[in-house]
Design a protein around this ligand. Sequence first.
Ligand code: SAM
Length: 319
Amino acid sequence: MAVPPPFCPRCLISVAGQEACSSCGLTFETCGGLVDTIGTDDRGKKAGEVEDFYSVNPFPGYAAGDTRGTLLDRSRRAHFLTSLDEAIPTDAHVLECGCGTAQLSAFLACAAQDRTVIGVDGCRVSLEHADQFRQRAGIDNLQLVRGDLFKLPVEEQTYQVVISRGVVHHTPDPDEATRQVARRVAPGGVLVLGFYETWGRMVHRARRGLTRVRKEPIRALDPILRKRDLDEEKKRIWIEDQYRHPLEHILPMPHVLRVLESEGFVWLRSIPPAATDGGMFNMTPKPGALGRTLLRSGWMARGLTDPDAGLISLVARRL
Ligand SMILES: C[S@@+](CC[C@H](N)C(=O)[O-])C[C@H]1O[C@@H](n2cnc3c(N)ncnc32)[C@H](O)[C@@H]1O
């Protein structure tokens, strides 16, 4: 399959064979289809450690023999992904911040040929995995970009949909990371922000506490490690990501919501509960104090069976 030419994440014009965009002047290195805006820059100690961690444990990783067809089939069996796909217009410009190996970005691009999807991540190795898949599957409406969340190489307020799942809590300053991601959403656009929520993550924190004593997780207590049909390499990466990560915060949902509101966003919903009828971007009533307590208690209660280990998504719209 021919390598689709790389395009500039700001101007969306081809930058094949160039080291700077002829329109906006953004400088980068290209490698295969990757646009690398970090290069050899010093990213600071913590960001360096996180990149080293994901270089050895690229997340979520592809199964051997994955193709466009298997990705589409698998993604369409995941309720979150189908509702997200249904909610995003088929010609939207979508930005994923912290895409890792970019399954979600690749799915959204494959599911609608007229969408333009940009996946940004700080980890070069994860993006190389993503780009190998992108080339194999011939996905030419997805651009993979190496960039840092705190210096995102895209303009503010330009994307109709911005997604960031499982990322801001792995940065030294989750509030600022949240603001940076949120600022890329265009007026009227939607942000889907997934983060480890304090109450939602409580059961997993206890599970992880036990690991400190035993050194190995108790597989029977973890819904992912209990799976019989998941290969061992994926389980190894899960153990590293969930039990041995070098930088993890937990964030209270009301606080994250306040940060988003201060950036001009309004509440649409949280997930869970699952969005139904293509309505992931429909507004639901914003919970008051009691509603928030009930919601968060529910997240805590599902801890032992939650395959996302307390990863909660807030969906919010910029006014
Ligand atoms: C747990 S993975 C999540 C990947 C993907 N969003 C998913 O849900 O499968 C976290 C990702 O965040 C990226 N990341 C962490 N800090 C970052 C930063 N400061 N800038 C860019 N990416 C970052 C990591 O490289 C890693 O790929």
